[in-house]
Design a protein around this ligand. Structure first.
Ligand SMILES: Cc1ncc(COP(=O)(O)O)c(C=O)c1O
Length: 382
């Protein structure tokens, strides 16, 4: 079993931090790299000329490795929402079709389609949160329902508010059969559960670094299937074109778009400070490996579930929830100040739509679990 990685983080022993799904803490190495890179930006005359492109490609390669992609199929974007907006501009959604989203999914894979629906002549259908917690069956049923065809399935692969995990290969196969495009918001997955875009073949798959891959805000990555690498980017930038260079004698030498997903890179992408910081967490995740991370986090969420078993909370069955997120629902309602009471004891978890979302990462251990259960029991029920 992967041992606790706590020593790599600036995390005092008396802090029980179980909110990686909110903000993943940046490892000490990431913080140090960020400070050094900030100093370099303070003296830009010392910067190597290729610093930005080296860091951009390092981050692109690290992100690609987490999802089994070729680096050229990954665009550098600032947020999941930016990636979805790019997809909105690239995809043609058939009039009269349905765009399927998850009920109460995060806004990023949802609002773009709500905004586009009236002019696009399609509807947005929210798949209801299933009473039995089985999101995969609920989405499959919605894809296969006779009537207006599914034009796009735009969903998170793990629901941010209940921790329900979607079986991506099953949804991808059903979407393909129905002729629907498939956009995956892998915010709560990339780096943790194994994702291989080569076999999954989604149209788009997007994730940021500030949660599970332990990086900074403002860095996210968008996988674009080769069949969509001929679209018009959200922003018109020199870097998306084949030959627009300030260092050339002719500025607009070749304005045709680049041939791969790099055409969708965001403007001002050369933020070498945060790009390097983003790479470090993703490289660590790749080094630990999906199987080892999942094994450790399943062990922790399993122990948490056992510890909460006799309390008046409802948890999703382990087969239906993500290995790394445990959400406690309260049949009698969550005490409003529960997160505050926990925080007063240095125990951190996030209130999400009436549930308490508990999300450990590789720095947590059995001692944290015992502490969490003890403090939670008192704070919620005494
Ligand atoms: C499922 C999910 N998607 C996306 C995001 C972040 O989206 P964005 O990068 O567009 O701010 C979050 C943040 O909480 C999330 O939980």
């Amino acid at each position: 079993m992967l041992p606790s990685q706590r020593a790599l983080f600036d995390m005092p022993r008396d802090v029980c931090y179980m909110n990686a799904a909110g903000w993943g803490p940046m490892p000490i190495a990431t913080q140090e790299a960020g400070r050094a890179a900030m100093s370099r930006k303070g003296q830009p005359w010392k910067l190597p000329g290729d610093i930005a492109s080296v860091q951009n490609e390092r981050a692109r390669t690290a992100a690609a490795a987490l999802i089994g992609a070729d680096p050229g199929d990954v665009a550098l974007v600032p947020s999941v929402g930016y990636g979805v907006a790019s997809a909105g501009k690239i995809l043609k959604i058939a009039r009269g079709s349905r765009v399927l989203v998850l009920e109460n999914d995060h806004t990023s894979p949802v609002l773009e389609w709500m905004e586009r629906a009236p002019a696009g002549g399609f509807t947005v259908e929210a798949v209801k949160q299933p009473a039995n917690g089985d999101w995969t069956s609920a989405v499959l049923e919605a894809i296969e329902r006779p009537g207006a065809p599914a034009g796009l399935v735009s969903i998170a692969s793990v629901h941010w508010s209940d921790g329900g995990a979607i079986d991506l290969p099953k949804i991808a196969a059903a979407a393909r059969k129905a002729g629907a495009a498939f956009l995956v918001d892998a915010t709560h997955d990339a780096g943790v559960r194994r994702i291989d875009v080569k076999t999954l073949d989604p149209d788009f798959l997007i994730f940021p670094t500030y949660k599970w891959t332990l990086g900074p805000y403002g860095r996210a990555f968008m996988y674009v299937a080769k069949r969509h690498q001929n679209g018009v980017p959200l922003e018109q930038t020199s870097i998306g074109r084949k030959g627009v260079s300030a260092e050339d004698t002719i500025y607009f030498r070749d304005v045709s778009y680049r041939d791969d997903a790099r055409r969708y890179d965001m403007g001002e992408r050369d933020h070498f400070v945060s790009m390097e910081m983003a790479s470090i967490g993703m490289e660590m995740m790749a080094k630990w490996g999906n199987d080892a991370i999942c094994e450790r986090l399943s062990m922790l969420t399993g122990a948490l579930a056992d510890g909460l078993a006799n309390l008046d909370v409802r948890l999703l069955d382990s087969k239906l929830r993500a290995p790394h997120i445990l959400c406690a629902a309260f049949p009698k309602g969550m005490p409003a100040d529960l997160p505050k009471r926990l925080a007063a004891e240095n125990v951190y978890a996030a209130p999400r739509l009436g549930r308490l979302r508990i999300s450990p990462h590789v720095y947590n251990d059995e001692q944290d679990v015992a502490r969490f259960v003890e403090v939670f029991r008192k704070a919620a029920f005494q």
